[in-house]
Design a protein around this ligand. Structure first.
Ligand code: ATP
Ligand code: MG
Length: 440
């Protein structure tokens, strides 16, 4: 069977170089060999793990899409090489997870690390853990069976309110024994990655802190256990810094800065090279350097949204010009103006549809003032001529996140809101105004 020509072939690529998945080990197209920068942060996290003879608890924070998960994936790969046992999957925190679920997920994470490191572990400690995880899951605990055994991330089934008492009673002992088993088998420690802390702190930011405090002694403070929690800056700061009992056992959160323009250019060059179709053909470069420069400024570190915009824009242009897509590798890079024009139209349609015309008009009023400047609720009240509760309602609607981002809060200062890169692409016509960015 002959394969249909792939549109990315027009750029001498095997597929889209703008995928938005996080990098991880042992994957074919999203491998950690594509990792760039962040060497200081990587060392900082590793030093805490390797330097602690008992256990460690760290937090990685940063704005959405900045590269938190990918950094921790890189730490896990290095830790594994250094003799730590690491679960194949991270623990995905879900909004409905209770502190008991969290304990269950820690147990299942350690179990995942043990079964990934030992081919066929058959010891009483491992069997006891497996039984407890199975019974917890059967009783509706927040655990799901993954390809490698048990892993966190499933959801609680309806109508189950009473957690199995076995986990409450036996959980701490079983977890301690399982960790003891791993250490006795030669593990330097077990490393767990709790991802997306913001999921358990969206409604009541302090709930996440309460949950961490509740599991602190029995599931986090154990010999040989190293934990990295990951989340948006506000979620991490609230969850980790809120209770003294939690703060005192976590290191100072590591807050990630955006990758520099040079690092983003390097990231893309690596992806182009890895996905190059024909080695003797031209070097892939679907877009001009000016495109990257513009989008890097607009998205201010949100790599996911930036990659998404690149993919959306290039695909749109490839579809519009189907005939040329069959020609292999001969296309010139897309210019800044051509890409911004198509993104402007695409994102405007999308946002108008997603947000409705009233909200869209409000965003226009904001952009008419200055799309690049952040605003407080009070300032938005003036721009929109609305009451404070009305402005709060608009900003609290989860749907608004595509267009408006709340910046991390500094102390008791009012929260600053900023139009997202996608919203600014939609609002400012590249032919008329400057889309170019300035940081708040
Ligand atoms: N240091 C890096 N080197 C190369 N690529 C990176 C790096 N950091 C992030 N990326 C890429 O940027 C995108 C976003 O990264 P990632 O998913 O790790 O961000 P995140 O902060 O965890 O996002 P979210 O807030 O949505 O959870 C992914 O496609 C990832 O592959
Ligand atoms: Mg992430």
């Amino acid at each position: 069977m002959t394969q249909r020509p792939h549109p990315w072939q027009a750029y001498n690529l095997r597929g889209s170089p703008y995928f938005q998945d996080n990098l991880s080990r042992n994957t074919r197209n999203t491998s950690l060999s594509l990792f760039v920068g962040r060497q200081r942060e990587l060392q900082k996290l590793l030093i805490r793990i390797e330097g602690s003879l008992t256990g460690s608890r760290q937090a990685v924070a940063g704005r959405p899409g900045i590269g938190k998960t990918t950094l921790v994936e890189a730490v896990k790969a290095d830790a594994r090489d250094a003799g730590y046992w690491v679960a194949p999957q991270s623990i995905a925190l879900t909004p409905e997870a209770s502190s008991l679920d969290l304990s269950g997920q820690v147990l299942s994470g350690v179990y995942g690390a043990v079964t990934a490191a030992c081919d066929n572990p058959s010891a009483p400690e491992v069997e006891a853990a497996q039984q407890l995880i199975t019974s917890f899951r059967l009783h509706g605990g927040g655990l799901a069976v993954g390809a490698f055994g048990f892993s966190g991330g499933g959801s609680r089934s309806e109508g189950v309110s009473q957690p199995p008492s076995a986990l409450l009673l036996d959980g701490p002992r079983v977890l301690r024994n399982l960790l003891g088993y791993a250490l006795a088998q030669g593990a330097r420690g077990v490393l767990l990655h709790l991802n997306n802390l913001e999921n358990i702190s969206t409604d009541h930011a302090q709930k996440a802190a309460d949950k961490l405090r509740a599991v602190r002694d029995q599931a986090l403070m154990l010999e040989g256990l190293h934990v990295i929690v990951v989340g948006t800056t506000d979620a991490v700061c609230t969850a980790v810094l809120h209770h003294d009992q939690v703060r005192s056992v976590f290191s100072e959160p590591l807050v990630l800065d955006p990758l520099s323009l040079a690092e983003v250019e390097h990231l893309l060059r690596k992806r182009y090279k890895a996905l190059q179709l024909d080695d003797s053909g031209p070097q892939p470069a679907p877009v001009d350097a000016a495109v990257i420069q513009e989008l890097h400024g607009l998205f201010r570190g949100d790599l996911r949204a930036m990659l998404r915009a690149l993919e959306d824009g290039v695909v749109e242009l490839l579809i519009a010009d189907q005939q040329q897509t069959n020609a292999s590798g001969g296309r010139p890079p897309i210019s800044r103006d051509a890409l911004l024009k198509v993104l402007h139209r695409l994102y405007q349609e999308l946002l108008k549809q997603q947000l409705g015309s009233t909200t869209w008009k409000r965003l226009e009023a904001w952009a008419a003032k200055d799309a690049a400047v952040s605003q407080t609720r009070k300032q938005l009240q003036k721009i929109w001529k609305l009451s404070q509760p009305a402005v709060s309602r608009i900003l609290q609607d989860p749907g608004i996140a595509v267009a408006v981002e709340a910046l991390p809060r500094h102390g008791k200062d009012p929260i600053q809101y900023l139009l997202t890169g996608a919203a600014r692409l939609a609002l400012l016509d590249p032919a008329e105004g400057q889309v170019n960015s300035s940081n708040p």
